[in-house]
Write a protein that binds this ligand. Structure first.
Ligand SMILES: [Zn+2]
Length: 136
């Protein structure tokens, strides 16, 4: 029997967040409940509520060198983690959750097209989300 770990995929996401230092200056306290609320908000605003319900929680991603991680099993998202030490404002948490939400929305298509997890399909999702935001 093959190890379960072979079927678990996690995306450690760092490089896409160029605004990290800028975000760090606007410190507010973000609660665990806020993470779940922000995901629900992104799901409604940018994905018409079509993303599956996924538990979003704080994690320690220092060893992964990441701001956010989404854990998948066979393309099904199991959970999302946001790095507690580096993500200290709600606006930054929102950016991280948007990014991870695009992984949830595009993992199947990206795998089908054999693209990088941050490839064209993912980038198109992020661009669409940014446009949605700008249109408000
Ligand atoms: Zn990513």
């Amino acid at each position: 029997m093959r190890s379960l770990a072979l079927f678990l995929v996690s995306f450690a996401c760092l490089g896409a967040f160029l605004g990290g230092a800028e975000h760090a200056s606007s410190r507010t306290t973000v609660q665990q409940a806020d993470l779940q609320r922000l995901y629900a908000q992104v799901n409604q605003e940018s994905f018409a509520g079509k993303l599956p319900a996924v538990p979003v929680r704080w994690g320690n991603l220092t060893k992964d060198d990441a701001y956010g991680i989404t854990h998948f099993k066979n393309e099904v998202p199991l959970s999302m983690e946001v790095d507690r030490s580096s993500v200290q404002s709600e606006s930054f948490a929102l950016d991280v959750i948007r990014h991870e939400s695009c992984h949830i929305a595009t993992i199947h298509e990206a795998n089908r097209l054999k693209e990088d997890k941050h490839g064209a399909t993912f980038a198109a999702c992020m661009a669409r989300i940014q446009e949605t935001e700008a249109a408000d």
